[in-house]
Design a protein around this ligand. Sequence first.
Ligand code: HEC
Length: 177
Amino acid sequence: MTNPGNDSKKSPLKEYAILVLLILIGSPIAWYLGTRDGKELAKNAYDAAAPAAAAAPAEAPETEDEDTAAAAPASTPESVTRGAALFQANCVACHGTAADGKGPAAVAFTPLPRNFTDPAAKWTHGRAPEQIFTTVTKGVEGTGMAGFAASLTDDQRWDLAHYIGSLPGVVKAKGAP
Ligand code: HEC
């Protein structure tokens, strides 16, 4: 007497038992292999990174280029052209596209942004290239004029100094502070 119902009832149970057994035996093996590979991967990664870390100096020496006016590069037509583009990109909100100090945000500031086209304008930090460079680098404390040391490179700030130095407010104001 065969009872097919009995067989089909038994078989899934057996399969289930085998599956459980496989999982019980398999997971520690999988875990072991996984950690072993992970440790090896980590070791390889550290080994690869170690020489690079050893070669890199612990801390880069601080350079304070912005304070050394001796590094002033000469003004060239190319530098002035680059400075003009940088000026349009960074300064016109306050100083105006015409560099006349009449940018859309100018009214928000007391004192007003400097007018670089006016030889009679009073400057607080001087019109020499080194002085303009320092102003653009450090800003003018207590005014809307921020320092651009973090957002522009030394070369870019020199280009700006040379561009502003090419405007009437500087060229025609020789001898003025
Ligand atoms: C948020 C507004 C604002 C922006 C943007 C701005 N400036 Fe000014 N700037 C001012 C104000 C306000 C003054 C006037 C400060 C004072 O009277 O001392 C000023 C003054 C100056 C001066 C003259 C400082 C002096 O000795 O009298 C220079 C040079 C100058 N800015 C350059 C720049 C350059 C270059 C940029 C762009 C990279 C720039 N500024 C962007 C507001 C701004």
